[in-house]
Design a protein around this ligand. Structure first.
Ligand SMILES: NC(=O)c1ccc[n+]([C@@H]2O[C@H](COP(=O)([O-])OP(=O)(O)OC[C@H]3O[C@@H](n4cnc5c(N)ncnc54)[C@H](OP(=O)(O)O)[C@@H]3O)[C@@H](O)[C@H]2O)c1
Length: 298
């Protein structure tokens, strides 16, 4: 198998985890840092249970001369467009860009701005959080699905990804996988963020339970009309299963809101609302969540 050179844009929790995986799988892996970064090499440390793995990886910025042929993007959704624009001059004409970012609509945005890029999408249930820059804890193992809308066969570069992370699949229906994650996130993320609760409380508190029910109905209606009937049919049990399976977790949106950070809601509920509007379906519960997250006190 041909070795591929990957650059990782967004060396936070998920970026550091996958940078270590890419390096270990034998790919030459380079971190792409913000333009004011000085270090030419960075130590990436990943703690997992009682072990800590550490590798030194080369680091570049937009000021460097580089040819990027394969780019993994792991910024937050709201940073993708600006981050890619900042290094667009380093990207090969048909650069493979793999977006491992929550939310939807980003591949379309990139392809509108740079039609020559070869954009793929991924979704992961790996869990990681940052302890210090490029020093992370890998808190939970999960599954990673990669694909491209309308593409059944995996491209040659995907062969190596089976070694990057334990559980990585090519998904010939990635749109359904992304939509399924979006549908669940539309419900759990903003509710936990607004009520300051762990995921499990959504099943324990009767007022929150009825909000989950109402949101499931609304998201299922939009999902069905958008062509994701299978997601719609199983949404309630899927959401209940995720709530039960992650009962102790604080959702990423809750963490962002608690720290006064920007959230990814425009790419989650915001994207769902755009689709609902195009289809002429009212979505008052999702609109209210979006507005309450936008208008929350700092
Ligand atoms: N963490 C998880 O367990 C997990 C699980 C599944 C999915 N996800 C999704 O994965 C994505 C990444 O999440 P995360 O938790 O890894 O976020 P994160 O820790 O905040 O990492 C994002 C990284 O991108 C960097 N970045 C932003 N703009 C940049 C630019 N212009 N140039 C270079 N670097 C730039 C940030 O740098 P600064 O620190 O300087 O801003 C930060 O290091 C999100 O969409 C998230 O929802 C996360």
């Amino acid at each position: 198998m041909l070795e591929t050179r990957w650059h990782v844009l967004g060396a936070g929790a998920i970026g550091s985890l996958f940078a270590l995986g890419l390096h270990r799988s034998g790919c030459t892996t380079t971190l792409v840092m913000r333009s004011d970064a000085k270090a030419r090499f960075l130590a990436v440390k990943v703690e997992r249970e009682a072990h800590c793995s550490e590798v030194r990886l080369p680091a570049i910025t937009s000021q460097d001369r580089a040819h990027i042929s394969h780019l993994l993007v792991t910024t937050k959704a709201y940073d993708v467009q600006t981050a890619v624009a900042g290094i667009a001059h380093l990207l090969d004409e048909h650069c493979v860009v793999l977006l491992l970012v929550n939310g939807m609509g980003l591949a379309r945005q990139l392809n509108d701005a740079w039609p020559h890029l070869d954009v793929y999408c991924g979704t992961t249930t790996e869990g990681a959080y940052t302890l210090a820059p490029q020093h992370i804890r890998h808190a939970g193992r999960g599954e990673t699905r990669i694909g491209r809308s309308g593409q059944g066969e995996a491209p040659a570069w995907f062969g190596q990804w089976k070694q990057v992370t334990d559980n990585c699949l090519w998904d010939s229906d990635i749109d359904a996988a992304l939509w399924s994650k979006l549908a669940v996130n539309c419900i759990i993320n903003p509710l936990t963020a607004l009520h300051g609760c762990r995921n499990g409380e959504l099943a324990e508190n009767s007022a929150l339970k009825s909000q989950v029910e109402a949101l499931c109905d609304e998201v299922a209606t939009i999902s069905r009309a958008a062509g994701f009937a299978a997601v719609a049919d199983t949404l309630k049990p899927t959401v209940c299963g995720v709530i039960a399976g992650t009962a102790d977790n604080r959702s990423s949106m809750l963490q962002d809101v608690s720290r006064g950070r920007q959230t990814e809601i425009d790419y989650i509920n915001g994207y769902l609302l755009q689709v609902a509007e195009q289809l002429g379906i009212p979505a008052p519960h999702n609109r209210s969540l979006l507005e309450r997250i936008h208008n929350r006190a700092p």
